[in-house]
Design a protein around this ligand. Structure first.
Ligand SMILES: Cc1cc2nc3c(=O)[nH]c(=O)nc-3n(C[C@H](O)[C@H](O)[C@H](O)COP(=O)(O)OP(=O)(O)OC[C@H]3O[C@@H](n4cnc5c(N)ncnc54)[C@H](O)[C@@H]3O)c2cc1C
Length: 302
């Protein structure tokens, strides 16, 4: 059954773009995650469309992977297909608009904006995700979020025609979007930016990068902030005030540098991180009656 399926996949995306039983720890910033049945990297939008069409016809489960920077994958892995978007990574500039394919890194897109004296992405430049992942998550930092600069988003339908969603149709909210709610696949994003001064833009980016290095435990693998910001509070402060700074389960630890981050001290399992998330939620709720919601996406069985 699987060998026939593999033959079909080979004919769609090419043998060289498929890995079987690939360990997801190689593809997440947490450096955690067990094997997936098929790890596939389409190198064109047309191939991606064909693949999605075939998978929907055969009823196979799949997961779309950006840079794995907001992702916890189970130690048991995932019995399905991971579609890695990094093969779709072109960036083009036209006037004050930049179109980036979903697998392009957000940081590289922001650098391209700066090189073209385009302002608006400074706050986003240090987020370690892809353009697609950021568009779906409405990633944001330093008073700037994707919703402020996205003009439209191209969606893969599995048919020959793609669909364009405008900024308004993306229904952006805090760390969410229409694509997140409905499981749409983003293939490209058009940004609308403002003309600015290249030196000032680059200076701002460097200043924010420095701020990040000072405040965040970038020396350890992590997935960024583990929890969404609860209304009227800061997750990191609640966790610190609950006495959980440095609290550890196995190899997973609440960072002392930024209590909103869970870091992998070297040998953390997904189970360690998962248990730590749950314990923090419980302790913060008991102490402050505030419900923390994980920001990290999870894949596989926990
Ligand atoms: C050190 C560090 C700092 C961080 N700082 C910030 C920050 O300041 N602000 C912030 O918002 N986030 C931050 N993050 C979290 C993370 O970088 C963002 O959420 C980022 O946008 C995730 O992008 P990704 O490509 O890595 O997505 P992934 O982690 O690969 O995936 C995240 C979700 O998006 C989906 N997805 C990915 N690509 C697509 C696509 N093309 N189409 C449809 N769905 C897709 C996945 O299926 C998954 O559900 C940080 C993470 C780290 C490790």
């Amino acid at each position: 059954m699987n060998s026939f399926f593999l033959q079909q996949l080979n004919s769609i995306v090419g043998e060289e773009n498929i890995i079987t039983d690939e360990e997801m720890k190689n593809h997440t910033t947490f450096k955690i995650g067990g094997p997936v049945d098929f790890f596939i990297r389409p190198v064109s939008e047309e191939t991606l469309n064909k693949l999605i069409w075939y998978l929907s016809q055969t009823g196979r489960e799949y997961f779309i992977l950006g840079n794995g920077s907001n992702l916890l994958v189970s130690d048991h892995g995932y019995r399905g297909i991971v579609i890695d978007m990094s093969g779709l990574n072109g960036i083009t500039v036209e006037g004050n608009k930049i179109t980036a394919m979903a697998g392009a890194m957000l940081s590289k897109t922001a650098q391209t904006a700066a090189q073209n004296s385009l302002s608006g992405m400074e706050g986003l430049s240090g987020i370690p995700g892809t353009v697609g992942g950021a568009a779906v998550m409405n990633a944001g930092a330093y008073e700037c979020e994707m919703a402020d600069v996205v003009r439209s988003v191209r969606i893969c339908t599995g048919g020959s025609e793609s669909v364009l969603l405008s900024n308004r149709e993306m229904k952006y909210g805090y760390r969410t979007s229409e694509c997140k709610q409905r499981g749409f696949i983003v293939t490209a994003v058009e940004f609308e930016l403002k003309s600015g001064n290249r030196e000032e833009i680059e200076e701002k980016m460097q200043e924010l990068a420095l701020k990040r290095r000072k405040k965040q435990p970038l020396e350890y693998p992590s997935a960024g902030s583990a929890f969404k910001r609860p209304e009227g509070h800061f997750a990191g402060k609640l966790i610190m005030d609950a006495g959980l700074s440095g609290y550890t389960i196995g190899g997973a630890k609440i960072s002392e540098k930024h209590c909103g981050f869970i870091v992998n001290t070297g040998r953390a399992t997904a189970a360690d991180v998962y248990d730590l998330i749950n314990e923090v939620r419980e302790k913060v709720y008991l102490r402050f009656q505030v419900k923390l919601e994980p920001e990290i996406c999870m894949l596989g069985e926990f």
